[in-house]
Ligand binder design. Sequence first.
Ligand code: PLP
Length: 416
Amino acid sequence: MFARLRGDFPILDARVGKSPLSYLDSGATSQKPQCVIDTFIEYFQQRNAAVHRGAHSLAVDATEAFENGRIAVAELVGGAPEQVCWTKNATEALNIVAMGIDRASRGFGGQAAERFVLGPEDSIVVTEMEHHANLVPWQQLAASTGAQLRWLPVTETGELDLSSLETIVDDSTKVLAFTHVSNVLGTINPVKRLVARAREVGAYIVLDACQSVPHMPVDFTDLDIDFAAFSAHKALGPTGLGVLWGRTELLDALPPVLTGGSMITTVTMEAAQFMPAPQRFEAGTQPVAEVAAFATAVGYLAEVGLEQIFDHERELAGILLDGIAEIPGIRVLGTAENRIGTVAFDVDGVHAHDVGQYLDGQGVAVRVGHHCAQPLHRRFGATASTRASTYLYNNAEDCQRFLTALAEVRPFFGVQ
Ligand code: PLP
């Protein structure tokens, strides 16, 4: 099946100079199958209208496309469609939670929002492996409320060090925000263990699911979390669309950050009442074509099967890790057994940007730099790394082409 579905992705036929393309940068953004591209185009050709407002047929049709997207996502990650709020990307979704708590702490949102109030006696806990999108908003919240920011450290194997979990997450902890899967190390974190500790101390749990939802079966209800965020573009969908998922009673109590049209019930010259979720977080005109296209992407993922996608990528990760182990002078960052098909490494004596450029010359697309995880790189004594990340359309040949090119890097740059 995996060999066949590669043909669904037109961009994979592209050539880079004289070389065929081996795209190993899906951790940054995924490629799109033709059916997703078609839905996007067809939306504008056949369905385009303003949602939720018009009484005309096109508006009804567009609204249906928009709301069906919500149903599709709820089927993918669990919960009810009303728990799925559309955002611009995962970064915006995480900011909505952090900034909503900030607004609650400054007296917005009335009595319902009091449950979110943070102060100097409270703590927020993150991890050392967070993408900046799930770190900087919490730093901002800590700075604004006086709450203490703490973090769970990362071990040499690239796993969370939970030896001090009970002291780091304690009775002062009001928010525990962590990534499900590291975008650098590929490590899958023990969500249930972390959730159990958060529940013991009554902290809200915010899950960054950017690198899990596209690659493995994920059920937010079963994981028992409070809020989650992910981006459509990493899961075969278009750019410009993200998801904020939350428990209904929490979403309905969280003060919105963006206010204006389409999210109110009544407005006077002095004040406004807000709608419940999801509309309360969807001010202004929404990315309807993106939602329609994402629904097709979600359908595609479900048809292939996330269990199967996970196994396929694990197999590719095995090829990558075994092959890299044979090449002298390469240090893999993180060796966790429980992982997805993402492998980051450092090449002794060659800067990651030079590695990336050499690989690109051979048609192999990887990511270089700090991958928006500077503290994690600092933890491993590096400022940058090279990352190969796989997806359902990659095959063993992509991995072999990558390994052949990687073996040439140090000799090419004259490093002994
Ligand atoms: N969190 C993780 C783990 C990611 O990998 C990314 C993207 O690389 C993000 C958050 C931010 O996603 P976006 O840039 O789509 O908002």
